[in-house]
Design a protein around this ligand. Structure first.
Ligand SMILES: CC(C)(COP(=O)(O)OP(=O)(O)OC[C@H]1O[C@@H](n2cnc3c(N)ncnc32)[C@H](O)[C@@H]1OP(=O)(O)O)[C@@H](O)C(=O)NCCC(=O)NCCS
Length: 189
């Protein structure tokens, strides 16, 4: 395969991003969504990520969008402000060729540089070998598993939580991460 080029996802990339995600929503267990979102909804999600100064990154191979990943707040409540969650989806034609590793390595570096301290992966399906291996390879360890909390295509699904530290700090930081926005809505965990 030719070189993997990483860059920010632009508005013009969102139809390709939407198509990649739609495939995985319709055929896999990695996402617990069951109806693929429209482009407008994916644009809205990207806007929310960018509004927090968080990265939404994209990989290109052979001039085509091969995959994307982004970071979002792990939970809305303010005490979670140093913790992000990653989301990553690779075009089915490019899986298992190193694109996911390149994207996630980049995302980890960017979130570390912004001042975040922990990254959580919320992995749909305990049989999701690709995602479990990708995250293990990049230093995540399994911290828990919720059993039979999802149902898709007539099958009960587990959720696996994995975590890695961003950087090696032990101190309590004086300031929130760069771009941190206090939540408008404190509902949820
Ligand atoms: C999970 C995913 C992002 C991994 O990206 P990728 O580009 O395929 O990953 P890489 O090629 O960098 O490979 C990373 C590791 O995963 C392994 N892997 C990738 N796809 C695999 C598969 N289908 N089955 C088993 N292992 C797989 C690779 O062998 C490699 O393992 P290693 O470190 O032990 O050598 C991608 O397969 C994908 O989009 N899956 C569907 C959507 C999904 O589940 N997203 C994650 C939601 S939490």
């Amino acid at each position: 395969m030719t070189e993997i080029r990483l860059r920010d996802a632009e508005l013009a990339d969102m139809p390709a991003v939407t198509a990649i995600y739609a495939h995985h929503v319709q055929t896999g267990y990695g996402s617990f969504e069951e109806i693929p979102p429209a482009v407008e909804e994916m644009v809205r999600r990207r806007d929310q990520v960018l509004a927090r100064g968080l990265p939404w990154r994209l990989a290109e191979c052979d001039g085509r969008v091969a995959g994307y990943c982004y970071a979002s707040p792990y939970h809305a409540r303010s005490a979670y402000r140093f913790t992000v969650q990653d989301s990553i989806y690779i075009d089915e034609r490019f899986v298992n060729r190193g694109v996911g590793s390149a994207l996630l390595t980049d995302l980890i570096g960017r979130c570390t540089d912004l001042g975040y301290r922990q990254m959580i992966a919320v992995i749909g399906d305990s049989g999701n070998e690709g995602s479990l291996r990708l995250h293990t390879r990049l230093g995540f360890r399994t911290i828990g598993q919720a059993v039979n909390v999802g149902i898709k295509f007539g099958r009960w699904l587990d959720l696996v939580l994995m975590q890695r530290a961003l950087g090696e700090h032990a101190d309590v930081p004086a300031a929130p991460p760069v771009g941190y926005l206090p939540p408008a809505d404190q509902m949820g965990p």
